[in-house]
Design a protein around this ligand. Structure first.
Ligand code: NI
Length: 457
C-alpha cells in the first residue's frame, strides 16, 4: 500500500524529556501537496468550461494569471486536449461519462507559479499534472524540469515504491512534482502511469488510489535543477507574494446598494440563477443586474469562489443570494457520503469566509442526486434547489438563449443559466428587459420560496 508505506509520521522528537506527556503523533499524509490560497493572488481569474446533458458531463477549470500569459496558454491547451479526447469518446452503456478537471496552486511567489491539474474521468481514472512557470524566463517548465536527472529520481522513487516508475520511464513519467508542508518533494503519478500491481491506498469508491511518494530534503536536494531550487523556495514561502508585473486593473465596479426585493406573495416573481462561477464574465453580469435593479442567485463552485472572494463580496453587497454548487463540481451521485459532505462543507467555508454568511441553498452539479446526496444535504441543513427552465443549448448565441428564457419563464419559476458562459451573460440584458415588460420581478431563490410558503398556493 503505497500511501501507507509513505506515512511514517514526522519522527517523534528525540529531545523530549521522558516526563513530558507524549501526544500520539498526528496521522498526516506526507504526500499531501502544499497549496497556496488563490484568493491572495492578485490578477488570478478562474476560467471554466462546463456542460451537462444526456451524453456527457463536463467541468473543467484553470487559473488565468496576469503576467503569466505563457502559463495560461499552456493550461488552456492542456484542458482543450483533454476535453477534445473526452468528447470524441462515444458513450456506451447506461451511465453518462464524466470529465472533471480541477486545479490548485502549488506555489505563487516571486516570479514562480505552480499549477496542479487533477483530471478525473468516469469511466477511467485520474491523471495528475503540475505545470511550473518561470517568470524570469517567461517560460513554462514541466515537473521533470525541477530535477537534473530524471534517472536518479526514478531510482529514489523505486527504492520507496517499487513499480511506481516503469523500467524505461523517461522524463514524462514525472508529470507532477510539488512540495509538502515540511518541504519534502512529493512525486505523484497518474493512475495509468503506474505499473500494474502497484496499488495506492484504495478509495472508498473501490477505485485504485493515488500513488505518490515523499522524498526528504537530503534525498532530493542533490537532484534539484537551478529552477527546481527556485520552485522549492517559492512553494515554501511563508507569505507568498507574486511579482509578475502589474496585475490587470480590477474590473469591479463600486458596489451599489441592493435593489428592493419584491414581495412574491403579491408580485409576479421569477428567480434567475447562475451556476459554476465566478469567472471572467461575472463582473459585467453584476453590472447588468444592477443597472436594471434585478436580484439573482449565484450557485458558486468552491474552487472558483476561493480564487475570487472579492466577487462574492460584491454579489452579497448588491443583494444577490449565494448558494453552494460544491467545491469540485463532481457528479455527487457517484461519490461516497463522506466525500459529498466534505466537498459541500469546503464550499460553505469558502462562502462564509468571503462574505460572513454560509448560505442556505445547495444545487448538486448536473442536478444529479440520490438518497445519499439528499441525506447529506439535509444533515448539513441545506435546501436542494433545482430549476424549472433551462434555456441554454450548446452553441447558442445570446439571442437564442434570451428567446428561450423568455418563452420558458413562469411566475414562481427558477431559470438556470451559467455565468461562465459569455453568451448567457450577453443574453441577460434582453431577458431582464423583456420579462420586466411582462410584469416580472427578479428575486433571489429564498425570496421566491418565502412567497411560495406564505402565499395562498
Ligand atoms: Ni454546474
Amino acid at each position: 500500500m503505497a500511501l501507507l508505506a509513505a506515512l511514517p509520521v514526522a519522527s517523534a522528537g528525540t529531545g523530549c524529556s521522558p516526563r513530558e506527556h507524549r501526544e500520539p503523533p498526528p496521522v498526516t499524509d506526507v504526500t499531501a501537496i502544499r497549496e497556496v490560497d488563490p484568493g491572495g493572488v492578485p490578477g488570478l481569474m478562474p476560467v471554466t468550461r462546463s456542460g451537462g446533458g444526456d451524453r456527457h458531463r463536463l467541468f473543467a477549470s484553470y487559473p488565468r494569471i496576469s503576467g503569466a500569459g505563457a502559463l495560461s496558454g499552456a493550461l488552456a491547451r492542456a484542458q482543450d486536449e483533454q476535453v477534445r479526447r473526452f468528447t470524441e469518446r462515444t458513450s456506451r452503456g447506461p451511465s453518462v461519462p464524466e470529465l472533471n478537471i480541477e486545479w490548485s496552486l502549488t506555489a505563487a511567489s516571486g516570479d514562480v507559479v505552480g499549477v496542479r491539474l487533477v483530471t478525473s474521468a468516469f469511466p477511467g481514472g485520474t491523471t495528475r499534472r503540475t505545470f511550473w512557470y518561470d517568470g524570469a524566463a517567461g517560460a513554462v517548465r514541466s515537473s521533470a524540469d525541477l530535477v537534473d536527472g530524471p534517472g536518479r529520481l526514478a531510482a529514489l522513487v523505486r527504492a520507496k515504491e517499487p513499480g511506481a516508475v516503469p523500467a524505461k520511464a523517461g522524463p514524462e513519467a514525472f508529470s507532477s512534482l510539488a512540495f509538502n508542508d515540511q518541504g519534502d518533494l512529493v512525486v505523484e503519478f497518474s493512475d495509468d502511469a503506474v505499473a500494474a500491481g502497484t496499488a495506492g491506498a484504495a478509495e472508498p469508491t473501490g477505485t485504485p488510489g493515488r500513488v505518490a511518494v515523499a522524498l526528504g530534503h537530503r534525498e532530493y536536494e542533490p537532484l534539484l535543477s537551478a529552477f527546481g531550487r527556485r520552485a522549492r523556495d517559492a512553494a515554501l514561502a511563508p507569505r507568498p507574494v507574486l511579482r509578475l508585473g502589474p496585475p490587470e486593473s480590477p474590473t469591479l465596479a463600486a458596489s451599489r446598494s441592493p435593489a428592493p426585493q419584491a414581495d412574491c406573495r403579491t408580485a409576479k416573481c421569477v428567480a434567475l440563477t447562475f451556476d459554476d462561477g465566478p469567472g471572467p464574465d461575472t463582473g459585467r453580469l453584476l453590472d447588468a443586474l444592477a443597472e436594471r435593479g434585478a436580484r439573482a442567485t449565484f450557485f458558486v463552485v468552491g474552487g472558483n469562489a476561493a480564487a475570487q472572494p472579492e466577487l462574492l463580496r460584491r454579489q452579497r453587497a448588491e443583494g444577490h443570494e449565494i448558494g453552494n454548487h460544491t467545491h469540485a463540481h463532481r457528479d455527487l451521485s457517484r461519490l461516497p457520503a463522506l466525500r459529498i459532505s466534505s466537498d459541500i462543507q469546503r464550499t460553505q467555508e469558502v462562502i462564509r469566509s468571503a462574505t460572513g454568511h454560509g448560505g442556505m441553498l445547495l444545487r448538486p452539479p448536473y442536478g444529479a442526486v440520490n438518497g445519499t446526496v439528499t441525506g447529506v444535504a439535509r444533515s448539513l441543513g441545506l435546501v436542494q434547489i433545482r430549476w424549472t427552465a433551462d434555456p441554454e443549448r450548446d452553441g447558442d448565441g445570446a439571442a437564442a438563449i434570451a428567446g428561450r428564457a423568455v418563452a420558458l419563464a413562469r411566475a414562481g419559476g427558477i431559470i438556470r443559466m451559467h455565468d461562465v458562459r459569455p453568451a448567457s451573460v450577453d443574453a441577460v440584458p434582453e431577458i431582464l428587459d423583456r420579462l420586466a415588460r411582462d410584469g416580472y420581478s427578479f428575486v433571489t431563490v429564498s425570496a421566491l420560496r418565502a412567497g411560495r410558503r406564505s402565499g395562498p398556493g
